[in-house]
Every structure is written in C-alpha cells, then in structure tokens.
Design a protein around this ligand. Structure first.
Ligand SMILES: [Zn+2]
Length: 272
C-alpha cells in the first residue's frame, strides 16, 4: 500500500469558529479570517504526523465554497496542492487518479442541515437543501464524501470537527478516528476547546488512524434516495433533470421532496 494521503479541508468545523446568523462563512464574516488562520494550524499538525509516520505524499484540498480560501504559503511546503476542478461533485475526487491515496483526513467539515447544536450545520447549501436521505439515512457532506471516496476504494480515516459532526461521522463510518474541535451549542454558538488541546487530539487521532486504518464504506445499489429541498422550484428542476437522464423520480409528501432510486453513485450528481 502506497503511503499517500489526502487532507480535505472545509472551514465551518475548524476550532474557534461559529460564524454569524443567516450567513455562510465567507470573507464578509469576521470568523472567516479566524477559520483560515486556525485551519492552517490543524493542517500543519496533520501533515507533521503523516510525514513522521513515513508518508510519501500528502495532498491538501481546499474544499470550502470555490476552493480558493487557504493561504498555501502558510502551509507546510512538503504538501501538494490539489485544485477543486470545475466539474460535478461526484467527479471532484478525479484528482485521486493521479495519486494512490491510502486514506483521507477531513478537517473543518460540519454537521448536516438541521442538526441540533451543530455549528454552521448545512448540507451543501442552507438556501437549497433541507435533507439528503440515501438508503433511508440522512447524510451530511462528510458522509457523502466518504461514500464517494469509498467508490474509489479509499477510506476516510479521520475527521476533526465539532462534537455534533463527529457523532454523525462515527455513526456512519465504522472505525473512523476523530477529534473534537468545539462543543456545539447552537448554529452560531459553541463552547470552545483550548487550541493546544484540539491540536493534541488531532495528532493523537491521526496517529491512531495510521496504526489501524478503517475500511472504505460503500452503498449497495440500487439505493433509495429522498431529497428535501428548501424551495419547491429547486425540487421541480431536479425532478425534471433526473427524469431527463432516464432515471425514475417522483414527488414525496410535498413538492419540496424528490424520491428516486440510484442505479450507481453517478446518479447522485443530478440531486446535488
Ligand atoms: Zn464549507
């Protein structure tokens, strides 16, 4: 097994960050700068442990919004920067073909939309999505990425985030190692944990994950899917798009809900 690893970075779950009501974590919000600064600390911490354990390559993927957030001049120079390609989400791991990733480390991810006490909880977009239910379970972005990576045979080995997101990924991905960055007290409230303690927990979790890595997760197909969109217009457009690619789809209990059956993971793209 090659010792090549990917660190995928979102920003909402980074330590010291709660954002602001009605706003996404973008430059106009004061916590955006905090997230960037603290994300670099979490990344460098993971990079250190990976290279100390004999990693051959470590790639870093900025996966928040447009993917142009992190200041790579602050990040350990041994890492390889991978770009967020302008293509469908399920293909966004296409750069994985250029590597032999033995595992993925998630930093800064967040709980799914509507999670009690989940800091900045959302599923892709609060304006767009209320829930994604796949195979009868609602899933957040971290779990969905674990299934996309699983299709490529790559396990998600580690996730650092608030306690709510950590609870969700632990329930979905058997054996994953985690570190808690803050205790969620609401969408924009948290009890912060001392930075040194957070970084210590990240180092320990990453080292543990390398010692005894968990397996990739996979869905079984055909797989039922139910999406609840914030606006009926979105659901209507998705329904039309899904049918146009020859997939069966119908409304659920309301005109915000679209139900269908995934034939394989690529079918997911039309819904996101
Ligand atoms: Zn984000």
């Amino acid at each position: 097994m090659k010792r090549e690893y990917l660190i995928a970075v979102d920003l909402e779950g980074i330590h010291g960050v709660v954002g602001e009501p009605y706003k996404s974590l973008y430059p106009e919000v004061a916590d955006y700068a905090v997230a960037l600064k603290n994300a670099v600390k979490e990344i460098n911490c993971v990079v250190d442990v990976l290279f100390a354990a004999g990693a051959e390559k470590v790639a870093v993927w900025d996966n928040h919004g447009t993917g142009k957030n992190l200041d790579f001049s602050e990040i350990d120079t041994r890492v390889i920067r991978v770009e967020n390609p302008p293509m469908p989400r399920y293909e966004r791991f296409s750069f994985a073909k250029d590597f032999a990733f033995a595992g993925i480390f998630l930093l800064g991810y967040h709980s799914k939309e509507g999670s009690f006490n989940g800091v900045l909880a959302h599923t892709y977009s609060s304006q767009r999505v209320q829930y994604f239910k796949i195979g009868g379970r609602t899933m957040g972005e971290a779990e969905i990425y674990a299934y996309i990576a699983g299709e490529l045979g790559i396990p998600v080995l580690f996730c650092a985030s608030d306690d709510v997101c950590v609870g969700q990924v632990r329930a979905a991905i058997p054996g994953i190692r985690t570190a808690v960055t803050k205790i969620g007290k609401g969408r924009n409230a948290a009890q912060f944990i001392e930075e040194e303690e957070v970084l210590r927990a990240i180092r320990a979790g990453v080292a543990d994950a390398l010692r005894a890595p968990n397996e990739p997760v996979r869905l079984t197909y055909p797989c039922a899917i139910e999406m609840n969109y914030t606006r009926a217009e979105t659901a209507e457009a998705v329904l039309r798009k899904v049918k146009s690619i020859g997939q069966d789809a119908r409304y659920g209990e309301t005109t915000h809900i679209v139900q269908s059956v995934l034939r394989d993971f690529r079918d997911l793209e039309a819904f996101i």
